[in-house]
Write a protein of this length. Structure first.
Lengths: 263, 410
């Protein structure tokens, strides 16, 4: 069992929904993003998604694009992101960390090396946007063998015929992308999301977490009430972009987490 | 030819869309069902005679195919070696080879019931071709173009707008072709139901590299029979040469000759200011290494951490940090050679073509011509080179004037 599996098991035992927060590693600099990361569990974050910056984030909207650019301009590298996880782990051995990003920086480092280093740093799972099930041999299968969860995105275009393929090698949880579009785009509607989550849950025992388009405690609550949890990324990253102090960002995160947990 | 398929270079890609380790389908889940659907529909269309009948009719009456295969006699005499032919795809409607592929994709899009077409463009040639065919069929057209390219290719931006297309300047990254492709993919991921993404080169996720190659292969197929007509039955070129950004005009010329071992195949990349550690070039094969971008694994310009670098070239059409995966595979397998030509060499070739042949070439084929200038003098007179004159230079006269220090203000 990974930390992710343990976390969802204990949430289930408590009858609680999960709140997942995304931040970009190194945005706007390493020290600030590490301070923010360290504060997330106390703000009520159950799972941390740590963005790995990439020059060409094809599935991301302007907010995450700019965050990646700020991080890269500040000298962030994959090594520094792994170091950040290791540093976080010194003070927190239970909060699951999922690294999220694109394949090329991982491929460039070498898949085996990356998996060994990620595991050693204390990473629990991976979300790699540009690796669909058709490319499972690249990273998904090796990651599972290395003891990391490989979390897959399911989308509104994932029809019933395709769903089993998407779920086949997924572990940890399923990330349901609530809209067709890029991160930070249109708001998700709980009324549309509910039936989709039910459709996925009918096909898997894994928790189904919903993201994309959630930016308020109310929406977090509404979405979490029809799923196993909610993810917020762009709305948090936007506050970093606005140079809000870390405590203010964490207060905002706490509001979102309370929203999701009240569902 | 190709009787022994095991030794054929023409069987790729495999079912996973791979040419060896290159190619593939590295896209987000949202797009995956769309490219699988596209693959299925293309595989069907490919074997449908009515699809090709429609293509042939438009190629002939709308594009002006076949394009001439022209013996460049004065250039041949000037260089004093190999006999040089130019495949005149710059005479196509819209002034470049790009329309060969656009026609195919738009006819397919219509068959799929798609009503909105999106495209990325660098120099603007693919954007103009897409806007043109969309106008002809009454389809909505949105073209993503890097803000930097919008500035340096202003005439093509105006052409696209005249043709009814919406041109969206892309400001992310450095505002070039790579960034335009990112934004086109973001559009597609958002508008999955009605939108068809018309990719302009032999890159992107499977089936695009194979599909675009198939549409562009009309170039090489014509060269085969045209050269036989002019030089005698069975005469093949000894060398074929084409410029490469993403590599669609080159794949179109090369593909029908891959299984003719006597035909030497040379791709010419944009060397910018020189292929060295400054990385001010777009030579992915000679100056990059394998990576994953825009849906496929191929050679990419990237730093040690796998971050993609911006290309640099005088030619907006070659300014792309990757290359089609089939080229990457032909490179590694040794079937084709890849060289690079600097901005300066391309400018010299540009001027020579104007002066000796009365042909103003685009800056892209000027790179191919510059390599012809290098090797032709070293080859015997009975050696036949066919270079792909894949675009005309009208769009580039402002850029060239600037580099030659000529004041265009009237």
């Amino acid at each position: 069992m990974t930390r992710i599996d343990q976390k969802f098991a204990s949430l289930k035992a408590e009858g609680k929904k999960a709140f997942v927060a995304y931040i970009m590693a190194g945005d706007p600099d390493l020290a600030t993003s590490l301070a923010l990361m360290k504060g997330l569990p106390a703000a009520g974050v159950d799972v941390i998604e740590l963005g790995m910056p990439f020059t060409d984030p094809m599935a991301d909207g302007p907010t995450i694009q700019l965050a990646g650019q700020r991080a890269l301009e500040g000298g962030q590298t994959l090594q520094k992101t792994l170091d950040m996880v290791a540093e976080f782990r010194k003070g927190d051995s239970t909060t699951p960390i999922v690294m999220m990003g694109y394949y090329n920086p991982i491929f460039s480092r070498g898949v085996d090396t990356f998996l060994k280093d990620a595991k050693a740093a204390g990473v629990d799972g991976l979300i790699v946007v540009d690796l669909p099930p058709e490319e499972d041999d690249e990273l998904c299968i090796p990651a599972q063998k290395a003891g990391l969860n490989f979390i897959r995105l399911a989308t509104p275009t994932t029809d019933d015929k395709r769903l089993p393929k998407v779920l086949q090698n997924t572990s940890g949880f399923v990330y349901y992308v609530s809209i067709t579009g890029i991160t930070g785009a249109a708001a998700a509607q709980a009324g549309d999301v509910g039936p989709e989550v039910a459709r996925i849950k009918a096909a898997t025992d894994l928790p189904v977490i919903v993201g994309f388009g959630i930016r308020t405690p109310e929406t977090a609550r509404a979405i979490a009430s029809v799923a196993d949890g909610a993810v917020v990324g762009s709305a948090i990253v936007k506050m970093v972009e606005e140079k809000r102090p870390v405590p203010e960002v964490l207060a905002f995160v706490k509001g979102l987490a309370d929203g999701a947990h009240s569902a | 030819m190709a009787e022994d398929l095991i030794n054929s270079f023409m069987t790729g890609p495999d079912e996973a869309g791979r040419f060896g380790q290159f190619g593939g389908r590295f896209v987000s889940e949202t797009l995956m069902p769309l490219i699988l659907d596209l693959e299925e529909r293309y595989e069907y269309a490919k074997t449908d005679p009515t699809f090709w009948a429609e293509m042939d009719d438009l190629w002939k009456h709308y594009v002006g195919r076949p394009s001439p295969l022209y013996h460049a006699a004065r250039l041949t005499a000037h260089l004093g070696g190999a006999k040089i032919y130019m495949k005149r795809d710059e005479l196509n409607h819209t002034g470049a080879h790009k329309i060969n592929n656009v026609l195919g994709q738009i006819i397919l899009a219509r068959r799929m019931g798609k009503t909105r077409i999106i495209a990325e463009t660098g120099a603007g040639q693919h954007g103009v071709a897409t806007a043109t065919v969309c106008a002809k069929f009454g389809l909505k057209c949105v073209v993503y173009m890097g803000a930097h390219d919008v500035e340096r290719q202003a005439p093509n931006v105006f052409r696209m707008r005249l043709l009814g297309a919406e041109v969206i300047p892309v400001t992310s990254g450095r505002g070039t072709l790579k960034d335009a492709m990112n934004d086109a993919l973001r559009d597609w991921v958002t508008n999955v139901r009605d939108t068809f993404y018309c990719i302009g080169t032999v890159a992107g996720p499977h089936p695009y590299p194979a599909m675009v190659r198939d549409f562009q292969s009309i170039i090489g197929k014509e060269v085969r029979w045209q050269l036989a007509e002019q030089e005698g039955e069975g005469r093949l070129p000894d060398t074929v040469i084409a410029a490469i950004g993403g590599g669609s005009n080159a794949m179109g010329l090369f593909y029908p000759f891959l299984d003719d071992p006597t035909v030497r195949i040379i791709g010419v990349e944009a060397g910018g200011k020189g292929v060295d550690e400054r990385m001010e070039h777009c030579a992915s094969l000679t100056g990059g290494r394998p990576g994953v971008l825009h849906g496929n694994r191929t050679y990419l310009l990237q730093d040690d951490d796998g971050q993609i670098l911006e290309g640099f070239s005088i030619s907006a059409g070659l300014d792309y940090p990757g290359i089609g995966p089939e080229h990457a595979w032909l490179h590694d397998s040794g079937r084709a050679e890849y060289v690079s030509i600097t901005d300066k060499e391309a400018l010299e070739a540009f001027q020579l073509s104007c002066k000796l042949e009365g042909i103003i070439p685009a800056l892209e084929p000027s790179h191919a011509l510059a390599h012809v200038m290098k090797i032709a003098p070293t080859l015997p007179r009975d050696h036949i080179i066919v270079m792909n004159m894949c675009g005309r230079g009208d769009k580039d006269i402002f850029t060239v004037a600037k580099h030659l220090g000529f004041d265009m203000k009237i």
